[in-house]
Design a protein around this ligand. Structure first.
Ligand SMILES: [Zn+2]
Length: 458
């Protein structure tokens, strides 16, 4: 029998022994925020920590990003039956997101780009590197069957899209989400399960929430093309693209009551360009939207309804419309074995009352959802942060909770899973029920669509 309690003690001690390195990484990342697919300095900092631990590091996974693997020998006496083939090794991936978001009003925002860590991603990297210190510096990873893959992933926040479209047009990426891009590039091909933590919004308390699901979404840009004319002198000569957009948006609203309650559909369009000059009939009006829902089928249904409604505005006014859909993120489904292992260790490390709440569904989205469609995954929210996520007030309120305790919980969960053939078997069974990478790619690629409605002069 493996003495997991002793292994977990060693893991947690190694994190305590390296707490200064972990905290200073969090501070350094927080003070130098970088947006998705631009995280070169952040990647360098994380890669330096992996190298410090003696690991071989691969960088530029998808423009940016870094990965390292530890403990790959895969053999242990009591486990010979399960792991006698080298390629049957169990691989546990731990993830942390490198990117910041834009909120120029945040006190730690970059004065030039407005980028800031108002989503606490620096805590994810502290967790990733902290778990690496725990498992590798202690030597524990070599006493366990299987391997741990540490991955610092690019570009979770779905923004700065013009830049990403440039990368797409240049053939540098196919997907806006970093994990989607890593899946496409095969980085999860031999991974059995994956875990990351995420800072919880408005939760300074020492608590974690790991049992939940989330919405997925498709993203879209909409362009209504009309005809300019003098707004006062000759509106009858024009085709008002803004009126087409308003009619389209009202038609979207007219459909809201048809979205099934249990699918948690969210459609939230914005107008990004409403016209050029007030005395000219608007001829170029742009919108963006997400269509979110709990299941892939519901996203597809609600998206079809939304596109039909948006097109109806062009028909009503006699303009043209181009709707471009982009793959968003797929719904998150958490794995019960991983949830139980995370929660049990949260109770041990943080306290009996640390685990918060019943299973819940949240209506935001993350590209960890995409990962969870192909491998069993867990994505707990962890406390220690005050202020609402993405707001100017958001920041760490309790450094030990924000940056150190989750690493102890995460590394302990890895020990429990790798040391326990039953947990590994349950996870492998869950993985067998997941989508293949190919079927995943088919779904997200089918989300990419262009729909045109040409009603001008028709
Ligand atoms: Zn985030």
């Amino acid at each position: 029998m493996t003495d997991t309690a002793a292994l977990k003690r060693r893991v947690r001690e190694a994190i305590d022994d390296n707490d200064e390195a972990i905290l200073s990484l969090a501070a350094s990342v927080h003070s130098e925020p970088e947006l998705g697919y631009k995280e070169t300095e952040t990647t360098r900092k994380v890669a330096a920590e992996f190298r410090e631990l003696g690991l071989d590091v691969e960088t530029e996974l998808a423009v940016t990003g870094a990965r390292a693997r530890a403990g790959s020998d895969g053999s242990s006496d009591e486990d010979a039956g399960a792991a006698d083939e080298a390629d049957d090794e169990f691989v546990f991936a731990l993830l942390g997101e490198l990117d910041a978001l834009v909120n120029p009003g945040h006190p730690a925002a970059d004065p030039e780009t407005g980028a800031c860590h108002a989503c606490g991603h620096e805590a994810q990297l502290a967790n990733l590197v902290g778990a690496a210190y725990g498992l590798v510096a202690s030597g524990v990873v070599d006493d366990l069957p299987g391997a741990v893959e540490f991955i610092a992933v690019p570009a979770e926040e779905y923004l700065d899209l013009e830049y990403r479209r440039g990368l797409l047009d240049d053939g540098e990426i196919e997907f806006f989400g970093g994990k989607q891009e890593l899946i496409r590039r095969g980085y999860f091909e031999d991974v059995d399960c994956a875990a990351m933590i995420h800072a919880a919004s408005e939760t300074p308390e020492r608590e974690v929430t790991s049992d939940f699901s989330s919405n997925g979404f498709v993203g879209k840009t909409v362009q209504y093309d009309g005809r300019e004319s003098h707004a006062g002198g000759a509106p009858e000569e024009g085709v008002n693209a803004l009126n087409a957009a308003m009619a389209g948006m009202n038609a979207v609203n007219a459909n809201r009551e048809t979205f099934p309650d249990e699918e948690h559909v969210r459609v939230h369009p914005i107008v990004t360009k409403g016209g050029d000059g007030v005395n000219v009939v608007p001829a170029d009006v742009r919108m963006e939207s997400y269509v979110r829902a709990k299941s892939v089928d519901a996203i597809e249904d609600a998206n079809e309804t939304t596109n039909r409604a948006l097109e109806s505005g062009a028909m009503a006014v006699g303009s043209n419309v181009t709707i471009e859909d982009f793959p968003g993120y797929l719904p998150l489904r958490t794995d019960e074995t991983l949830v139980a292992a995370f929660d049990a260790n949260a109770r041990e490390v943080i306290g009996e009352d640390a685990v918060h709440g019943e299973h819940q569904h949240v209506t935001g989205s993350t590209d960890m959802g995409d990962v969870s469609q192909i491998v069993p995954a867990v994505h707990p929210w962890t406390g220690g942060f005050e202020g609402a996520a993405h707001s100017t007030e958001f920041g760490a309120a309790d450094e030990e909770m924000a940056y150190l305790l989750p690493a102890k919980v995460t590394a302990s969960m890895v020990v429990d899973v790798l040391a326990d053939p039953e947990k590994r078997a349950a996870i492998r069974e869950a993985k067998a029920g997941k989508r293949s990478t190919e079927s995943y790619l088919e779904i997200v690629r089918e989300m990419r669509n262009t729909r045109e409605g040409n009603y001008m002069d028709a």
